[in-house]
Design a protein around this ligand. Structure first.
Ligand code: 6CS
Length: 312
C-alpha cells in the first residue's frame, strides 16, 4: 500500500529527516511505500492532525505544542524546567519513559491515534527584538507561542503577553511587529530565517522542544503483526538516527546565524538571571494540575520519576 505521512517542518528539517528515515526503513523492509507531505503542503499542524484522525493520512507528526486542546495532559511538556537540556539524557528518557510509552500511548489511543514515538528537537531559545536578561524585560512583549493553553500560562508567568499563533503567521508577525518574540530550537531559527526578523537570541534553559509521531489507530490496528513490527522498527531506527543527527546541530546552526547576521546578540542566561523564570515554573506546574486533575498529576509524577531513572 501507499501510506501518507505529514509533518510540521520541511524535508530537510529535523521532523523531515526523521520522516525520511522512517520511509526508507518501511520501503526497505516491505512492499509498502510512504509518501511524505512537508509543512505547508496540507496546511498547518492542526489541519494535518485532523486529516490523520479522519484516516486521510496514515501517519502524522504533531508536536504537543499543538495537541494541548485534544489531549490536555500533553501540555505537561510546557512546565518550565521540567525537561533537562542535556541531549544525551533526553535521548534515554524519551526511549525508556513509562509516561510516554505507556501512559501517553493510552491517552493518544482515546483520540484515535497510535503514538509511535516522541523525540527531542533541541533546547528552545527565545528570539526577540530587545534584550532579555530577566522576566522584567518581557513586560509588554507580545510573545508568540504554539496554540497551547499551558504554554500561554508559562509566558504569562514569565511576564510576557503570550500570543498563540500557528507557525505560518510567525515570520510576518515579527516583521510587522504584531509580535516581538517567539521561541524555537536553534536549528529552526536558522532554517526558517526567523533570525532575520529578531535581533536577540536568549537561552534560558527552560525547555526542550518535544515532538510526537503517530499513526491513525484504525489503520494501525488493521495491520497484520508483520506490518506492525515493520512500523515499530522503522520508528525505532529513525529515533536512533535522529538523536545522532542532532549531535552538534544547535552549535553548527547557531554559527550559521551569526555568520549570516554578525550583529545578532546571543546570550546564555546565568543561574542568577534564570531565577525569575525558575520561580515562574512552580506556578505553571500548579496550573497544569488545575487544568488536568488527577490524570495530569499522575503523568507529571511518572514523568519526573522517568527523568530521574534515566539521569545517567
Ligand atoms: O513553532 C512552531 O510552530 C514549529 N516549531 C518547530 C520546531 N517545529 C514545528 C512547529 O510548527
Amino acid at each position: 500500500d501507499n501510506w501518507k505521512y505529514a509533518f510540521e517542518e520541511s524535508l530537510t528539517e529535523v521532523q523531515g529527516v526523521y520522516a525520511t528515515k522512517f520511509k526508507e526503513a518501511i520501503e526497505a523492509n516491505s512492499d509498502h511505500t510512504v509518501e511524505l507531505f512537508a509543512y505547508g503542503t496540507l496546511g498547518e499542524s492542526a489541519d494535518i492532525m485532523e486529516q490523520a484522525q479522519a484516516g486521510i493520512l496514515q501517519f502524522v507528526d504533531q508536536s504537543p505544542g499543538f495537541t494541548g486542546a485534544l489531549i490536555p495532559e500533553a501540555q505537561v511538556f510546557f512546565v518550565p524546567y521540567l525537561l533537562p537540556t542535556d541531549q544525551a539524557h533526553l535521548a534515554r528518557f524519551y526511549k525508556q519513559s513509562k509516561a510516554i510509552n505507556e501512559d501517553f500511548e493510552s491517552l493518544y489511543a482515546e483520540q484515535g491515534l497510535e503514538l509511535l514515538v516522541m523525540f527531542p528537537e533541541g533546547e528552545v531559545a527565545m528570539t526577540t527584538k530587545d534584550p532579555v536578561r530577566s522576566c522584567d524585560d518581557l513586560d509588554e512583549v507580545k510573545f508568540r507561542v504554539m496554540t497551547n493553553p499551558l504554554l500561554v500560562e508559562a509566558y504569562r508567568a514569565f511576564g510576557a503577553t503570550p500570543t498563540p499563533l500557528p507557525w505560518g503567521e510567525v515570520y510576518g508577525g515579527l516583521q510587522t511587529n504584531i509580535i516581538q518574540g517567539q521561541e524555537n530550537p536553534t536549528f529552526f531559527l536558522y532554517s526558517t530565517k526567523i533570525y532575520e526578523v529578531t535581533d536577540y537570541i536568549t537561552y534560558t534553559g527552560h525547555n526542550n522542544f518535544t515532538t510526537a509521531v503517530m499513526a491513525n489507530k484504525d489503520f494501525y490496528d488493521g495491520l497484520d503483526d508483520a506490518d506492525k513490527k515493520i512500523v515499530e522498527e522503522a520508528a525505532a531506527s529513525a529515533y536512533d538516527y535522529i538523536v545522532e543527527y542532532q549531535k552538534g546541530l544547535a552549535e553548527s546552526e547557531l554559527k550559521k546565524i551569526t555568520d549570516a547576521k554578525p550583529e545578532m546578540t546571543v546570550t546564555v542566561l546565568s543561574e542568577e538571571e534564570r531565577a525569575c523564570f525558575k520561580e515562574a515554573a512552580a506556578e505553571v506546574e500548579a496550573k497544569f494540575i488545575e487544568m488536568t486533575g488527577d490524570s495530569g498529576k499522575a503523568i507529571l509524577d511518572q514523568l519526573k520519576a522517568d527523568l530521574q531513572a534515566t539521569a545517567n
